[in-house]
Design a protein around this ligand. Structure first.
Ligand code: SF4
Length: 438
């Protein structure tokens, strides 16, 4: 588990192995990223985890940084092919004096001149770099120069929402060229394949996962949110769903993922944003989506756009206590997985449990969509079969620790939680259960 720390200011770097104590304390991804942020607020960490490249597991990579948009701690995942990067973590510190491309290869870091590609958009940049670095993983910013700039990983994977692209622009980093991991994040064992056989059955038999595979997040959420009256905009969902089924769909799933949820629009949020702006035609939306991606701008950049209706108690509390200041569709995972009824849910306990689960997956680093079918008990079995001993309770406790530490860091940073319409006594109950005084 190789860590590469790069000082952009004086162009020095160091590589070292993650020690076992820190690994068990932080795992990888979001947990380990938080460790670096607590040490050095100005850094950007891009990390994988022990499940980022294991056969059959939907792997991702995670980026952690202080967001220029929210001014708080931010984590976002991408899964084009960055989850297959060789280093376990890359940590960028300081600011480069000149415009550069970072090449991280064979425990070495090179600072290449980035001036000739600085003004290129995302597609142009990948075309130039792709010809030169055929075996490497590429990350790049576009040419939008906006606080809503994201970091793109090939043309269909993005570290979005928090303005990571803008932060890299400020640090004078245009692109990263990273060595590929030709092995696995964790070598699969016979026991793993036995467990996985049962778990893949569970995944494939799950209604929500099947909907994701067949019609992407757009199809699944139109159907499931529409049926429950939880859509964030007034869409005639049955009509729109039938249009979506007729629309020609292209698979753009993350490398190695058995679910393959990504279709033409990789994110549900993209559709909702454009719909919110008044666009109705799916081809027009798809074209706008492509333009945004080409420039390297996030399709969800309007604070007023929410991916699910935020007038119910679950979404309200989720937004009010989100360390990123947004509502993610993943708050629905346990609701759908356990077939719960929204009206019977104890919002505080529910939101805490889901936030903890997501923090665990972000630290392993695997796709949160699996939580529609698998729970932490399943993940504990996967980890055990791979040689990592974590009970379900220990994983949950780990997620709790990470979430709580993020709140503490946000408090120090002066991050403003979007309390909005959430009732004061619910907030008090939430923070009391988290063991935090606000
Ligand atoms: S489920 Fe979708 S977002 Fe998740 S890893 Fe698979 S393709 Fe990527």
């Amino acid at each position: 588990m190789e860590i590469v720390e790069i000082n952009l200011e004086d162009r020095s770097f160091e590589t070292y192995e993650l020690d076992e104590k820190l690994f068990y304390d932080r795992l990888g991804g979001r947990g380990l990223g938080l460790h670096f942020l607590k040490r050095e607020r100005d850094c950007i960490a891009i990390l994988r985890g022990v499940l980022s490249k294991v056969p059959g597991i939907p792997g991702r990579a995670c980026a952690c940084y202080i967001s220029p948009k929210t001014k708080g701690v931010f984590y976002s995942n991408s899964g084009g092919n960055i989850q297959w990067m060789k280093p376990y973590a890359l940590v960028l510190k300081g600011k480069s004096e000149n415009k550069v491309i970072l090449k991280i290869d064979e425990r070495k870091v090179e600072f290449l001149d980035g001036r000739s590609i600085w003004d290129l958009d995302v597609c142009e940049t990948f075309n130039v770099l792709g010809k030169k670095f055929k075996q490497h993983i590429l990350l790049s910013i576009g040419n939008a120069n906006s606080v809503n700039e994201c970091l793109s990983n090939n043309k269909h994977g993005f570290f979005g929402r928090g303005g990571l692209g803008y932060l890299l622009r400020e640090k004078n980093v245009k692109a990263l060229v990273i060595e590929t991991n030709n092995g696995f994040s964790t070598k699969p064992t016979e026991k793993y394949y036995e467990i996985y056989k049962l778990l893949i059955k569970k995944l494939k038999e799950n209604k929500i996962i099947n909907e994701l595979s067949e019609s992407g997040t757009v199809g699944m959420l139109l159907k499931e949110l529409g049926a429950r009256g939880l859509l964030p905009v007034a869409i005639n969902y049955k009509k729109y769903l039938s249009e979506w089924f007729k629309h020609k769909k292209i698979n753009r799933g993350c490398l190695g993922c058995p679910i393959q949820c990504k279709k033409n629009f990789e994110f549900w949020g993209g559709l909702i944003s454009f719909y919110f702006q008044g666009m109705r035609d799916l081809i027009e939306i798809e074209n706008s989506y492509k333009e945004y991606n080409q420039l390297g701008i996030d399709t969800v950049s309007d604070d007023n756009v929410h991916v699910i209706d935020n007038h119910n108690k679950i979404a309200m509390l989720s937004l009010a206590t989100s360390n990123r200041g947004d509502v993610n569709q993943l708050i629905l995972t346990r609701l759908f997985r356990e077939n719960m009824k929204m009206e019977n849910i104890d919002a505080v306990n529910y939101i805490i449990s889901v936030q903890n689960e997501i923090a665990v997956l972000d630290s392993l680093v695997t796709c949160g969509f699996t939580l529609y079918a698998w729970d932490l008990h399943d993940y504990s079995k996967i980890l055990e079969s791979l040689g990592y001993s974590f009970t379900e309770a220990e994983l949950s406790k780990f997620g709790e620790k990470i979430y709580k530490e993020e709140i503490e860091l946000n408090k120090k940073l002066g991050f403003k939680y979007k309390i909005g319409a959430c009732k004061e006594h619910i907030m008090e109950e939430y923070f009391k259960k988290r063991g935090i005084s606000m």
